[in-house]
Structure formats: C-alpha cells, structure tokens
Ligand binder design. Structure first.
Ligand code: HEC
Ligand code: HEC
Ligand code: HEC
Ligand code: HEC
Length: 347
C-alpha cells in the first residue's frame, strides 16, 4: 500500500431537493492509492458456469436472438479490433484473451481443470447468473406431471424466489439483472479509462432503451414464439429500476476514482445527472423508494478518494432499488410514461 500526497481534489457535489450544484474545490488530501479492490461485480462464478449450450435445448429462441448481439459477437471480434490492441498496448497487456482485465466484461469464464478459460462472449449467465446451482430449480413446475398451465401462482412465486436464492437473476427481481448491465456499462476501472483510453462507460445507457432493441428476448411472456416488446407496465418499472441502478453503479464507480481525470469526471457527472433525472421523476410520481434513494444520495460528496462514504451510499441505494423492483406495480406508475423512450430510439 502506497501513500501519496496530492493537492487537488477535483470535484464535489452538493445535492439538495432543489437541484444539484457541481463545483470544483481545492483541498489538501492524503491519498491512499492502495491495491484497492474494485467493487465486486454481480458474480458470474466460473466454477458454476454451465455455458449457453446448456440453455439451448429449452431456450433456442433466446439463444438465436443472443447470437445476433454484440454481447455474443465480441468474443470473436474484440481481439481483431485495432482499438482493443491499442488499449492493451497502452496498458502493457499481452492480449485481449489473455488479460483478466478485458475478460471480466467482454467474455464469460468457465473453470476447466485448474484453469479458467474464456468460453464465450457476454452470455446468458453474465446477466442471469452462473447456473449450476439454480438450473434444476428454475424450470421445475412442481414435479414430473406438472406443466406451465398446471402450476399455481404460489408455486411460481416460490420457484422464482428459490432460484434467486440459488443465485439466479430472473424477472422476480429485475434489479439484479439491471445490476449486471450497469456493472459492465459503467466501466468501473480507472486505469482502463485513464491509461488505456477505453470508453468511460456507456453514458447514454438507459435500461428500457438498451434492453428492448437488439438484446430483447421476450418469448415466454408471449406465446413462446414471438419476441414482443415488454408490456408498458413492465417498461415503467424497468425505467425506474434502471435509473436507481445507474445511480448505484455510477456512485460505486466514483468510489474508485483517485485522480482528477477522464474517468473520475465521467462517472461523477453520470451520477449527478442520474440523480437529477430521478428528482425530475419524483416531482411527477411519488415513489417511496425513490425518495429513500435521493435521501441517501443527498449526502454524497462526489470527490476523489471518498471510497468509504460512496460505497455506503451505494449500498443504501441498492437496498431501496431492490425493494422497489420486488414490490412495484407498473399499473400505478402511469406518470412514468412521459419519461419512456420512443420505440424508434431502442438500441
Ligand atoms: C430443461 C429445460 C431448461 C433448461 C436447460 C434451461 N431452462 Fe430456463 N426455463 C425453463 C422453463 C420451463 C422456464 C419457465 C418458463 C415459465 O415461466 O413458464 C425457464 C425460465 C427461465 C428464465 C425466466 C425466469 C423468469 O423470471 O420467469 C430464465 C431467465 C431462464 N430460464 C434462463 C435459463 C438459462 C440462462 C439457462 C442455461 C444456463 C436455462 N434457462 C436453461 C427451462 C429450461
Ligand atoms: C468493466 C467492463 C469492461 C472492461 C473491464 C473492459 N471493457 Fe471494453 N467495453 C465495455 C463496454 C460496456 C463497452 C461498450 C461501450 C459502449 O459502446 O457503450 C466496451 C467496448 C469496448 C470496445 C469498443 C469501443 C467502442 O468505442 O465501441 C473496445 C475496443 C473494447 N471495449 C476493448 C476493451 C479491452 C481491450 C479491454 C481490456 C483491456 C476492455 N475493453 C475491458 C466494458 C468493458
Ligand atoms: C444482456 C443481458 C442478458 C443476456 C446476455 C441474456 N438475458 Fe435473458 N433477460 C435479460 C433481461 C433484461 C430480461 C427481462 C427481465 C425482466 O423483464 O424482468 C431477460 C429475460 C429472460 C427470460 C424471460 C423473459 C421471457 O419472457 O422470455 C428468459 C427465459 C431469458 N432471459 C433467458 C435467457 C437466455 C437463455 C439467454 C442466453 C441465450 C439470455 N437470457 C441472455 C437479460 C439478458
Ligand atoms: C459482462 C458485461 C456486460 C453485461 C452484464 C451487459 N453488457 Fe451490454 N455490452 C457489454 C460490452 C462489452 C458491449 C460491447 C461489445 C462490443 O461491441 O464489443 C456491450 C454492448 C451492448 C449493447 C450494444 C450497444 C450498441 O452500441 O449497439 C447493448 C444494447 C447492451 N450492451 C445492452 C445491455 C443490457 C440491456 C444489459 C443488461 C440487461 C447488458 N448490456 C449487460 C458488456 C455487458
């Protein structure tokens, strides 16, 4: 662990119910540039990864959609992308597929013998959780004789809840799936951005817009064959969940900022911008959990080397986000409609 003395602390945030003011401040601060652990991503434990092939026999439609997405394609394309070699070169990394740094977000790892091998791009399990512990439970309608039609509402709720307990991210708690997206799409890695020149996150990532276009796979919700956009009630919930998760993960990303540079500025302004949007939303629709989120965030100082405070706040935001995701009823959220993106804007 190395202690350094720096004399500038680049950004602070003052956040009140009435608006957000960003101002630069000059401080004298003792920095801890530790081997500080990155905020842990939502886990996709390589020991428990089964790979997409094990989903294919029952979810062939989902697989064929997925194969058309950049999530799948990045596996073959990334190492051929000259921009990727450039990033690796600047960071002193040997190659994309051999570097843990890139693999974490662009690929899925599976344990084979002593080693962990990249087996595909961003896969089913990157978003829904490594499946070894939940695959049996998640499709059990209640014994051999039971079918989708015969399953009771209670059994379905229990099945989804049990699967979540075994590590699955499913529709019961959309916040968990959203966490997967935002963990990767905020790119919480300062060196990768500041030294490697990697994009500092997908700054226009909004969950409805980014999930209902090419990555959309909604077959079970319909007749099993057509891939419809999620119902409006779901989109409302999704929008709010996405905003809360964005705020959680951009706050986490800001917690990793140690210097005033591209990375820190990008993630801190993303957090501030998202909080602003949530405030606007809160003016037209009163959501208890959003109140709690904004309340937690109001004490955040979006400054460098403020890891402890920011992670605590991120945890509080997460708690409210999950409560919202599990309890929300889209029918009550008509006021959200004016915030939803137009279908033409779907990615
Ligand atoms: C043996 C068949 C089978 C296999 C293999 C299988 N699934 Fe499923 N899956 C199902 C069934 C059945 C359902 C429940 C559909 C329903 O809700 O009626 C389901 C539901 C789901 C859901 C939606 C749960 C929800 O929230 O409603 C997800 C996500 C999912 N599976 C992902 C996967 C992934 C990822 C894999 C591979 C690791 C996989 N499944 C493998 C049969 C299977
Ligand atoms: C924390 C997650 C994360 C890590 C780690 C990561 N990437 Fe990315 N990368 C992303 C995301 C998310 C995108 C898509 C950004 C977008 O288009 O909005 C992306 C896009 C890219 C692109 C396309 C750039 C563009 O402008 O469209 C390249 C090239 C790339 N990454 C290379 C790398 C390399 C090389 C590494 C390892 C040194 C790496 N990435 C590590 C998340 C990550
Ligand atoms: C980029 C992240 C991501 C990837 C990759 C992904 N999913 Fe999903 N999946 C989602 C999201 C988001 C939803 C919608 C959740 C909701 O509405 O609560 C979803 C929903 C589902 C559902 C239930 C929805 C329905 O009506 O059919 C199933 C089944 C499913 N996914 C299976 C898979 C399978 C199998 C794969 C791999 C081929 C896969 N998913 C890959 C994010 C992903
Ligand atoms: C494991 C990391 C990871 C997860 C989880 C993830 N993404 Fe991505 N996503 C990426 C990367 C990396 C790229 C860029 C791939 C490339 O171009 O090489 C990308 C690309 C995309 C694109 C294409 C963007 C474009 O410019 O066309 C969309 C849309 C997208 N992601 C949506 C989502 C959504 C929605 C979720 C969650 C439901 C999600 N992603 C979860 C890493 C991730």
């Amino acid at each position: 662990m190395k202690r350094l003395l720096k004399n500038e602390n680049w950004i602070a945030l003052h956040c009140s119910k009435f608006g957000i003011v960003l101002f630069g401040g000059i401080f004298c601060a003792v920095l801890l540039l530790a081997e500080c652990a990155l905020a842990q991503p939502p886990q996709c434990d390589p020991d428990k990864v089964l790979t997409w092939e094990s989903c294919a026999k029952c979810h062939a439609n989902e697989v064929s959609v997925w194969k058309q997405t950049p999530h799948h394609q990045t596996f073959d394309e990334l190492s051929r992308d000259p921009r990727a070699s450039e990033i690796c070169q600047k960071m002193g990394l040997r190659s994309v597929k051999r570097s843990d740094v890139c693999i974490n977000c662009h690929f899925t790892l599976k344990t084979k013998g002593e080693k962990q091998k990249p087996v595909s791009g961003i896969s089913c399990e990157s978003c829904h959780g490594a499946a070894a512990d939940w695959i049996e439970e998640h499709n059990d309608y209640g014994g051999n004789a039971a079918t989708k039609e015969s399953e009771t509402e209670e059994h379905r709720d229990q099945r989804l809840a049990n699967s979540t307990a075994y590590g699955m991210r499913n529709t019961r708690d959309l916040y968990l799936i959203a966490s997967s997206c935002f963990h990767c799409h905020t790119v919480p890695n300062e060196e990768l951005v500041n030294v490697g020149g990697h994009k500092a996150g997908s700054d226009d990532f909004e969950l409805v817009r980014w999930s209902q276009g090419r990555v959309r796979h909604n077959f079970l919700r319909t007749d099993g064959q057509s891939n419809a956009i999620s119902p409006i009630e779901r989109l409302r919930v999704m929008y709010v969940v996405g905003m809360i998760a964005d705020l959680e993960f951009s706050t986490r990303a800001t917690a990793e900022a140690t210097e005033k540079s591209t990375y820190g500025l990008a993630v801190a302004s993303r957090a501030a911008r998202t909080a602003q949007k949530l405030m606007e939303l809160n003016k037209v629709v009163q959501i208890e959990e959003v109140d709690a989120v904004l309340n937690a965030f109001s004490s955040a100082s979006l400054s460098t080397n403020n890891q402890e405070q920011l992670l605590e706040i991120a945890d509080l935001i997460r708690q409210s986000g999950q409560e919202f995701a599990v309890n929300a009823d889209g029918e009550d959220l008509q006021a959200v409609d004016s915030f939803l993106p137009n279908e033409r804007e779907y990615k």
